[in-house]
Each structure stands twice: as structure tokens, then as C-alpha cells.
Design a binder for this molecule. Structure first.
Ligand SMILES: Cc1cc2nc3c(=O)[nH]c(=O)nc-3n(C[C@H](O)[C@H](O)[C@H](O)COP(=O)(O)OP(=O)(O)OC[C@H]3O[C@@H](n4cnc5c(N)ncnc54)[C@H](O)[C@@H]3O)c2cc1C
Length: 290
């Protein structure tokens, strides 16, 4: 099917984009890589009279790594994230997730900003950015604000992007020593969305015990879900075997999956429990080596 008729706009600057967003208001929608929006438009699930393609705007495709961490422009593609060596070293969970998103064609066009702003609970990067403590920069005509990743995802296909705003940057704090992350995803076949996915970020103390831990789940509810109760289970513990089962139970208790094409609730909970143990192990091993 073809999309319903729309007018296409391709601004070359943020100011031009804000002016178009102001002019067309609720009758306009931002387009980035188009890998989520275009399929919805083609199936006519979604239509909008004015489409504002931000892909030609300069300055949103940089990855800057400095002493404080990383600043990633919202138009950085998933392929660029996947191939950036320093990202893989500092934030291995980003590399793990990016390299498992869809297929190379989609990764070449899809952007980090679109993956986040779309609010699809099956998208892989939201869980990773929640566990890494990322902050999103949102600009509008004449101003900007920041939003914590942990509060940004409101519901299915609903995020904290107000009309007239453009997500311009993703800011991730530099991990301290003995801090590492990991992302694991179970899927039916290569290139598929996940049955479930899990991101973990762990910081170890000097004595080898866990100082802090965050976990978040993909495809396990209406939006990305952060696992609760982990500090009580893990803080001060050194031995994986003594905490693995409890962490697995915490992840399953936090999840709110539903029956669908990818599996039953019962099956998904089993998958989440196993992924939680495996991801904990991988993140602990990586943190010990850093
Ligand atoms: C077959 C298929 C398989 C896929 N598999 C996976 C998968 O396994 N894992 C996964 O994570 N993703 C998957 N995806 C989704 C894909 O990775 C995302 O759609 C893509 O990353 C979204 O980015 P985009 O630039 O294409 O966004 P677009 O499609 O252009 O936009 C998506 C939404 O975000 C909004 N938006 C985009 N950029 C901004 C911005 N800077 N500021 C404000 N709003 C913005 C748009 O208005 C729109 O609502 C798959 C997609 C397809 C088609």
C-alpha cells in the first residue's frame, strides 16, 4: 500500500525545522531515518499532512567522547553506533544492542534518536540507555531542556517529546572504573525484534563486590521496564552463584509481558529469567576486567 498524500519538507537547519513545526503544528510529524514511521505510513496506520524530514540538518550526526562521557547526535545511525570502537569499549551494551537491531539495511538508515523517540517497547536501545543513566537533550524554538532516560518512556509509542521539540543529543556519563554493561536479546530469527531483551550495568567496588547495578527490559511490557529490588540483592556481594537466582526472580517479577506472536506470557517469563542470569554474569565478568 502507498501512504496517504502528504507534503514533504526537508529543512537544512534546526531553526528552519522549528519554524515548520510551528507553522504546521499538530498537522506535522518529524521523520528521521524513516524505519519506523514509513512502514506505519505505508500501511496507513499513521498519516500526517506534513512530514518534516530532519535528515539534512547539519550537526546532529556527531559522536563526541570526552572525559565526562559521550554526546551522541540524534541522527547518528545504528550502524555508526555499532562500528564506533570507543562506544564498544566504554558502553559495550550499546554495541551489543546496536549489532542485533534488525538487519544492516535498517541499521544504515535508522537513527538512535528515532529508536528512542518512537517509544516502541520492542526497540532495543531504550533499555540500554536507561541502565547507562543517559540524559536526552530536547530542543525547541528558543530553548532546550533535558530529560532522564528513566522517565522518558511513558507508554507504548508515547515518549516525553512535546510537539515542537526535536531530540538532538543523547548524553551518557562516562562509566567509572570496574563498571561495565551488557545487553542480551532472545529472538526467533536473525534480524527480528526480541521475544525479550535485557540490559545490565554493574559497578564493582575495589574489593570485587557489587557497588551498584541497574537492569532494564525490552519487549516485556507496554514500555521499557526497569527491574526493581536489585540493590538489596546484589550490593556487597561478590559471588555470582549466590545472587543469580534472586536476580532472575526480580527480573521476572518486574516484567509485564503479554501473549503475542513472539510467545505466551509463561514462555516470555522463562526467557526473561534466563536472560537475566546470563546478562548478570556477562556484565560482572566485563566489570571485573575493566
Ligand atoms: C523490519 C524491521 C525490524 C526492526 N527490528 C528492530 C529491532 O530488532 N530492534 C530495534 O530496536 N528496532 C528495530 N526496528 C526499528 C528500527 O530500528 C527503528 O525504527 C529505527 O531505529 C527508528 O529510527 P528512525 O530514524 O528510522 O526513526 P523514524 O522512523 O524516522 O521515526 C520514528 C519516530 O520517532 C520520531 N523521531 C525520530 N527522530 C526524532 C527526533 N530526533 N526528535 C523527535 N522525534 C523524532 C518520529 O517522529 C517518529 O515518531 C526494526 C524496524 C523494521 C522496519
Amino acid at each position: 500500500m502507498n501512504p496517504r498524500e502528504f507534503e514533504y519538507h526537508a529543512p537544512h537547519s534546526l531553526d528552519e525545522a522549528f519554524s515548520l513545526l510551528g507553522k504546521y503544528g499538530d498537522e506535522s510529524k518529524i521523520l528521521a531515518g524513516g524505519q519506523s514511521l514509513i512502514p506505519l505510513m505505508k500501511s496507513r496506520i499513521f498519516s500526517m499532512p506534513h512530514i518534516i524530514d530532519i535528515g539534512k540538518i547539519e550537526g546532529l550526526r556527531n559522536i563526541e567522547i570526552n572525559k565526562s562521557g559521550a554526546r551522541i547526535g540524534s541522527l547518528v545511525t545504528i550502524s555508526d553506533l555499532e562500528s564506533e570502537r570507543e562506544i564498544a569499549e566504554l558502553f559495550p551494551a550499546i554495541h551489543d544492542a546496536a549489532s542485533q537491531i534488525a538487519d544492516p539495511l535498517i541499521r544504515n538508515a535508522g537513527t538512535i534518536g528515532g529508536n528512542i523517540a518512537h517509544g516502541d517497547p520492542g526497540n532495543d536501545l531504550p533499555a540500554v540507555l536507561v541502565t547507562l543513566g543517559a540524559v536526552f537533550v530536547l530542543r525547541r524554538s528558543g530553548g532546550e531542556r533535558t530529560a532522564d532516560a528513566s522517565k522518558f518512556f511513558i507508554d507504548t509509542l508515547e515518549t516525553d517529546v512535546h510537539h515542537g521539540e526535536i531530540l538532538t543529543e543523547i548524553v551518557i556519563p562516562r562509566p567509572g572504573k570496574k563498571t561495565a554493561s551488557a545487553y542480551l536479546k532472545a529472538k526467533k530469527s536473525a534480524g527480528d525484534f526480541s521475544i525479550a531483551g535485557i540490559s545490565t550495568c554493574i559497578s564493582m567496588e575495589k574489593d570485587g563486590s557489587i557497588g551498584s547495578i541497574r537492569m532494564a527490559l525490552t519487549s516485556s511490557g507496554p514500555k521499557v521496564i526497569e527491574v526493581t529490588g536489585l540493590e538489596e540483592i546484589c550490593k556487597g556481594k561478590k559471588d555470582y552463584n549466590s545472587i543469580a537466582e534472586k536476580v532472575s526472580v526480580a527480573a521476572v517479577s518486574s516484567a509485564k509481558p503479554s501473549d503475542d506472536f513472539y510467545g505466551t506470557v509463561q514462555y516470555k517469563k522463562k526467557v526473561i529469567g534466563i536472560l537475566a542470569k546470563d546478562c548478570l554474569k556477562l556484565a560482572m565478568e566485563r566489570a571485573e576486567k575493566r
